[in-house]
Design a protein around this ligand. Structure first.
Ligand SMILES: Nc1nc2c(ncn2[C@@H]2O[C@H](COP(=O)(O)OP(=O)(O)OP(=O)(O)O)[C@@H](O)[C@H]2O)c(=O)[nH]1
Length: 541
């Protein structure tokens, strides 16, 4: 039992050594081959798919952020447009009402003076009434009636304006040189009596013949508008301005005195007014402080005035910027997480790919090792023929098959003649060599695929011939004998002078009643003995 196991271990060890040699030669090529294969492998395409997927997610997220952000931007803008536009409309109404209330007084004074004071004599009796108007209307700074020379006929501040001439005032020259009876709203000026900044609403006074007879002028407090506008929340960089149709700046909040009276007719707001009509919103740069603002303007229906409300662009979009920044940070964070996860997955796939390649390689190596082992386990190392174990297994299988198929099975038992003498004469290594040559020669002998030639033990060989009868077996045995004889291996101890073999042939159709091939083997062995007895170098049955 133990020697048998030791023998098997030796055989396996021998096989492993041979395979190691084969592996050393083959492993480099195998690695290259697997690397090449792995390039096209499923995992590689999964990794590529993953990278594309991550890129698509990144692009989609970026697009969503850009789109959402743009939508938010437009929403903020239209909300601001609506707010500033409403405010401009309300302020236009306020300005219109304020001017109309004073203009109504101016109109009634014109009517009254033209009807009752045809010689334009001083109207001192009117002074208290005019003062009362000023006292009752907070927007009014003063109200005066001037003659055609620019001197005061009556005034809410008669005492102050008594010796002052207003001939040089723009509104006075306007009415003096213009026939129409429309109201004139003049630019901001300093009052000659108090020095306050005022706006003027004035109308021409005619004598009965229709010639210029003077001016009725209402001075409006500029700070009335300033205070009113200061109450409104238009942000830190917001602006409200009022300009007349010539583009002359009348009021501006925040207050910039140097800007009052300047022309903004060439500015973008007036451009828009000329191109878009009396109500619109535009995002433009201010002519006064060069800041970008969203302006909504409204032109008064009853007076030649335009009111605009502007909100600073920076301030307007600052909540949007914060929101967008938050969105970008969140999406960026998500993308980083996604990339880390993706990288982790790709690494895992690569690891799996590497280990699968290793496994595949190990599997192939194992398969080739197993094939080698199987070959070694069934081969006789000296002759290269099948060994006894393989023969025994095959004999059993063929014996059963022959029973099942009711076919004939033949055996040729071969023994080298006078081999003891050969060893004695030429030495044991030469004997080994002789057996190896006999094995090689018999292996080359033409045969059917099912035939099996094995070393049965020592210098004994055996040939198993399925589906062969005794005549066929005899022929093959004879051919084997001839082949060995023709090798002409010198053997001085054998009578023909060369190495010869004797062969015993047996054939039968096995039956179920005798399932053991021992008798069959014995028959072949006996036939071999018979051949020996007949003088060797012959075939016997
Ligand atoms: N060199 C070598 N000799 C072997 C081997 N196996 C068996 N032998 C020898 O083969 C010889 C067989 O001798 P025998 O059985 O007496 O028969 P023989 O000398 O061939 O004489 P006959 O069979 O009667 O012709 C023995 O001396 C064995 O030692 C082997 O593997 N190598």
């Amino acid at each position: 039992m133990f020697p048998k196991i030791a023998n098997q271990i030796l055989v396996v060890d021998e096989a492993l050594q041979s395979i190691n040699v084969i592996r050393q030669h083959q492993s480099i090529d195998l690695i290259k081959f697997f690397k090449f294969l792995s390039f096209f492998s499923k995992e590689r395409s999964i990794v590529a798919g993953m990278v594309v997927f991550l890129l698509l997610i990144t692009l989609s997220l970026a697009s969503i952020v850009a789109w959402t952000s743009w939508q938010e931007h437009e929403k903020e803008r239209s909300l601001a447009e609506a707010t500033t536009s409403n405010l401009a409309r309300a302020l236009a109404q306020h300005a219109s009402d304020s001017i109309q209330s004073t203009d109504n007084i101016v109109v009634s004074l014109i009517n009254s003076v033209e009807r009752t004071n045809k010689d334009r004599a001083p109207l001192r009796d009117l002074n208290p009434f005019l003062s009362q108007f000023v006292a009752e209307l907070p927007i009014l700074q003063a109200i005066s009636i001037l003659d055609e020379q620019g001197n005061t006929l009556a005034s809410s501040e008669a005492a102050l304006s008594k010796n002052i001439n207003f001939n040089d005032r723009e509104y006075f020259q306007h009415h003096k040189n213009t026939d129409d009876r429309k109201p004139y709203i003049g630019p901001a000026i300093h009052s000659k009596t108090t020095g306050e900044l005022i706006l003027t609403v004035s109308r021409r006074l005619n004598n009965p013949s229709g010639n210029f007879a003077g001016v009725v002028i209402a001075a409006l407090r500029l700070d009335y508008f300033q205070y009113f506008y200061a109450e409104l929340n238009i942000g830190h960089s917001g602006v409200i301005f009022v300009a007349n149709d010539e583009g002359i700046l009348l009021v501006r909040y925040p207050f910039v005195e140097s800007a009052l009276g300047s022309s903004i007719a060439n500015g973008k707001v007036f451009d828009a007014y000329r191109n878009k009509g009396p109500v619109a919103s535009v995002m433009v740069q201010s002519m006064i402080d060069q800041k970008n603002r969203l302006y909504s303007y409204h032109h008064l229906e009853t007076y030649p005035l335009l009111i605009a409300v502007g909100i600073g662009q920076e301030e307007l979009f600052s909540p949007w910027r914060e929101k967008t920044f938050r969105l970008i940070v969140i999406c960026g964070f998500l993308l980083i997480l996604l990339s880390l996860f993706g990288t982790y997955l790709i690494r895992q796939i690569n690891k799996r790919q590497t280990s699968e390649s290793e496994l595949q390689r190990a599997k192939l190596e194992l398969e080739s090792l197993n094939a080698e082992l199987e070959k070694l386990a069934s081969e006789d190392s000296l002759t290269g023929l099948c060994n006894r174990r393989k023969f025994d297994t095959t004999l059993k299988q063929e014996y059963v098959r022959a029973i099942r198929n009711r076919t004939s099975l033949a055996l040729i038992m071969i023994d080298v003649d006078k081999f003891k003498q050969y060893n004695d004469i030429y030495g044991h290594p030469a004997g080994d060599d002789c057996l190896a040559r006999i094995g090689t020669a018999l292996k080359k002998m033409p045969s059917r695929s099912a035939d099996l030639i094995a070393r049965y033990g020592g210098e004994e060989l055996i040939i198993l011939l399925p589906e062969t009868d005794i005549h066929g077996a005899e022929n093959i045995a004879e051919r084997a004998r001839t082949i060995i004889e023709s090798l002409a291996i010198p053997h001085s101890g054998n009578q023909p002078g060369v190495v010869t073999i004797s062969a015993g042939v047996a054939a039968l159709k096995p039956v179920l009643a005798d399932p053991n091939p021992i008798g069959f083997l014995r028959a072949a062995d006996e036939a071999l003995y018979s051949a020996k007895a007949q003088g060797r170098n012959c075939v016997s049955r």
